[in-house]
Design a protein around this ligand. Structure first.
Ligand code: FE2
Ligand code: FE2
Length: 357
């Protein structure tokens, strides 16, 4: 994973006294300088980010992903470089819903509503109640159901820990199917694995800002155990329903991140107003200089969710056994807009089969 992190500003302003103290504390038997050991420690102490939303007291906080210094490795690059998104494209992302058209769609939507109910319970989020009360008494609605940065962070960590499962299950099963049946896969596997990789990057980014407590760890563990197995069985029975399910799940993710952006803009999340995106995010999304705040980060993540929504609704429209993956295909008529890996022609409710195959 990403291991080359730029030194933060604090590293450059470390005082001479602290260097001397560190050298004394970690020097050789006669107090001689063990320079490389001292520098590694300085590096770690300086770049370990402050996590603002942790349930762990600051004094006990540890670096979630401590850097490993080895004799030979300089850096390890991301397996799937992230496509470049423009601000125009990210700002154009909208909340959307694809209407159900058959029983399979209805089953998928029902499953997402159940999962969302559980997620709302875990993160203390009651949007529908909040909206109805807000119409009558906005002040009471905000006191009773208002989301804080801390609550949003819990929701994000839990949401992302779940979101990384379906792509991996689907990619794995299609991989096994291709080998078992001695058939080609038509390019779906990589897109599915890339999606789960992207979701894991969302999770790792949030973990740089919040250290989950034991309750969250338990909830993630239990949910993954149940969700992985449920997805595994469901994908064997009806992959189309599973892609629709993920499409609806991603609709919810776009809603959540849009609300976070709206609350941030409305001044309801002061902790996030001057918060910088972690280095892992800056490197992964290639965030431009001067555009590396929490708000920018939420824009990138919301755009990713909108992409997953489009991909899965589209895959749910296709013949699962015969059709090519439209997101990595080259098209005969290049003058028309087509699906791609980026978000230049994003279709919120997915591409219909006739449009792409
Ligand atoms: Fe995500
Ligand atoms: Fe997603």
């Amino acid at each position: 994973m990403l291991s080359s992190r730029p030194l933060s500003q604090s590293a450059t302003t470390i005082s001479r006294t602290s260097v001397v103290q560190l050298c004394k504390a970690h020097g050789g038997p006669r107090g001689t300088l063990n320079a490389s050991r001292a520098l590694v420690l300085i590096h770690h102490q300086c770049i370990t980010p402050v996590r603002h939303f942790s349930s762990t007291p600051q004094a006990k906080m540890r670096d979630v992903f401590p850097e490993k210094e080895t004799a030979n490795v300089k850096t390890t690059k991301a397996a799937w470089p992230h496509p470049i998104y423009t601000y125009e494209q990210m700002n154009a992302v909208q909340i959307a819903h694809r209407d159900t058209r058959n029983m399979s769609d209805k089953a998928a939507l029902f499953a997402v509503r159940c999962l969302r109910g559980f997620l709302d319970l875990v993160s203390g989020y009651k949007h529908d109640h909040a909206v109805s009360l807000s119409a009558k008494d906005p002040k009471q609605a905000s006191t009773k159901y208002g989301m804080t940065a801390h609550k949003y962070m819990i929701r994000n960590v839990f949401l992302e820990s779940v979101a990384g499962v379906p792509g991996m299950v689907a990619g794995m099963l299609r991989h096994l199917h291709s080998m078992r049946r001695l058939k080609r896969d038509n390019g779906w596997i990589e897109t599915l694995l890339e999606e789960s990789y992207n979701e894991r990057m969302h999770l790792l980014t949030f973990l740089r800002m919040a250290e989950p407590g034991w309750f969250m760890r338990l909830a993630v563990l239990g949910t993954q155990g149940i969700f992985f197995n449920a997805m595994f069985v469901a994908y064997l029975i009806s992959p189309r329903t599973c892609h629709r399910f993920v499409g609806y799940l991603e609709e919810e993710a776009v809603i959540t991140y849009s609300r976070e952006l709206a609350d941030l803009d409305a001044g309801k999340l002061p902790e996030w107003e001057n918060l910088a995106a972690p280095d892992i995010a800056v490197t992964y999304w290639n965030m431009p200089e001067g555009k590396r705040t929490m708000r920018d980060l939420l824009l990138y993540i919301r755009a990713d969710e909108a992409k997953h929504r489009e991909v899965n609704h589209t895959l749910g429209n296709l013949d699962q056994k015969e059709d090519q993956n439209p997101f990595v295909s080259e098209y005969k008529d290049k003058s028309k807009p087509h699906p791609s890996k980026s978000i230049e022609h994003l279709k919120s409710t997915g591409w219909e089969r006739e449009e792409v195959i």
